[in-house]
Design a protein around this ligand. Structure first.
Ligand code: PLP
Length: 432
């Protein structure tokens, strides 16, 4: 049983107002009831202001950015750069340290590929600090999403560096007794702020301190935190962080890499072509400074307009209030699920140590069957390995179900989730 938390800082009117802002909540599911959407970790639903901002861009300002002197070109460039300011403001960074990418996965790959290019000698003398090779180490954790694991596996394979990882306690939290894997030869520590399977919040200060002691670069994956709690880059001693618009109420198709100016200046470009060059001959090119150096080709401007609206929306409600609101719902969900026989929650049992991402395994019932029964009740949860196979292996399961909360989740959604899950046991074997 979790320790009691205080009530949600959102009153009933505010919760209703939020729900009215999400047009998708008006539709019904296969069972004819409104959908209880508990899959915000996979992708968040979008408030009307985000949908409108994207549509308004195409209706009113559509043009290529940084490429024309006409009015529409100026407006779209303004929207594009305003988005950079908005994200910088939201995370407490500087706008010229924000690089647009397609998603968070691409942002992580951008850094890993750039380090790979540096290791092959690209980028000149300024890229020298990024070169890695045999004997060097990259450290991740066993709790990573594949997006923050496989790019580092690939980088190690290309450079001869070795991959090591922080391990986990039995309830899936990062085990600080394994910090010793961060050795003198560690060049980079990449870890998630919050697990997308267990919702566990990483012991960020301890990991950062260990990485700093050996001079390693630090990259933080904020995909599961940045829409649920305040994330202030300026307050964290890290070098790099990745963000995903579609998990933050924004559109798909855009993400961002934030990196310290000094790091961006060291990094050789990865994607090359138009919009990132200062000069070109038939045999070579001179590149623009960061961030443009990393933004080759046409960019997702409409999506950036939508993401900007999403950031304003989240800020309007207040990230600290949202965090407190979701904590209360998380506790309700954990308590509800823990009453159901034969259901095992993966990860910490206390809402204090985690956010509202709750994966579970129902003994003797395949997660797909669980998902289908819940869907028949119009409760949408995720099924599968959630792109975290090593973490599932650690828990001794191949896959699981995951219920995850977002700003528009209310008590009724949580209760419907618990009821639908309770019905799974009845459906598949009577008195489970
Ligand atoms: N990292 C974590 C922790 C995630 O949960 C996800 C998506 O589920 C990603 C990275 C990848 O994010 P994107 O979809 O923006 O590539």
């Amino acid at each position: 049983m979790t320790e009691a938390l205080s009530a949600s800082p959102f009153n009933a009117d505010e919760i209703e107002k939020i729900r009215r802002d999400f047009p998708i909540l008006k539709r019904t599911g296969r069972g004819g009831r409104p959908i209880a959407y508990l899959d915000s970790s996979a992708t968040s639903q979008k408030p009307a202001c985000v949908i409108d901002a994207e549509a308004q861009f195409y209706r009113h300002s559509n043009a290529a950015v940084h490429r024309g002197t006409h009015l529409l070109g100026d407006e779209s460039t303004q929207i594009y750069e305003d988005g950079r300011h908005a994200l910088a403001h939201f995370i407490g960074g500087a706008s010229d340290e924000i690089v647009w990418t397609k998603n968070a996965t691409e942002a992580i790959n951008l850094l890993a590929l750039s380090m790979g290019h540096a290791s092959m000698g690209r980028g000149g003398a300024q890229a020298a600090p990024l070169r890695i090779g045999a004997g060097d180490r990259i450290v991740v954790t066993r709790a990573e999403h594949h997006a923050n694991l496989i790019p580092w596996q690939e980088l190690c394979a290309r450079t001869g560096a070795e991959l090591a990882w922080l391990d986990l306690t039995p309830d899936g939290q990062i085990d600080l007794n394994t910090l010793s894997v961060i050795t003198e030869r560690t060049r980079l520590v990449a870890f998630t702020h919050v697990s997308n399977v267990t919702g566990a919040i990483s012991p960020i200060d301890a990991i950062i301190a260990a990485a700093r002691r050996v001079g390693a670069l630090i990259i933080l994956d904020t995909c599961q935190s940045s829409a649920h709690m305040p994330v202030n880059i300026a307050a964290l001693d890290i070098d790099c962080a990745v963000f995903s618009s579609h998990k933050m109420l924004g559109p798909t198709g855009v993400g961002a890499l934030w990196a310290r100016r000094e790091l961006l200046e060291m990094m050789p470009p990865v994607f090359t072509g138009g919009s990132m060059i200062a000069g070109v001959t038939m045999t070579e090119a001179e590149y623009m400074p960061a961030p443009e150096r990393f933004e080759a080709g046409s960019q997702p401007v409409a999506q950036i307009a939508g993401w900007t609206a999403a950031l304003e929306y989240l800020s309007g409600w207040g990230m600290s209030r949202l965090e407190a609101h979701e904590k209360v719902l998380t506790q309700r969900l954990l308590e509800g699920i823990s009453q159901i026989p034969n259901v095992r929650i993966l990860g910490p049992s206390s809402a204090h140590e985690r956010i509202g991402v709750v994966s579970f395994a129902v003994e003797g019932v395949h997660p797909h069957d669980v998902g289908q029964v819940m869907d028949a009740e119009d409760v949408a949860v995720r099924v599968g390995h959630h792109c975290a196979i090593p973490l599932h292996t650690f828990f001794g399961v191949r896959s699981s179900n995951r219920a995850s909360l977002g700003i528009m989740t209310n008590n009724e959604d949580v209760d419907r989730c618990v009821e639908a899950l309770a019905s799974v046991g009845r459906y598949f074997g009577g008195a489970r």
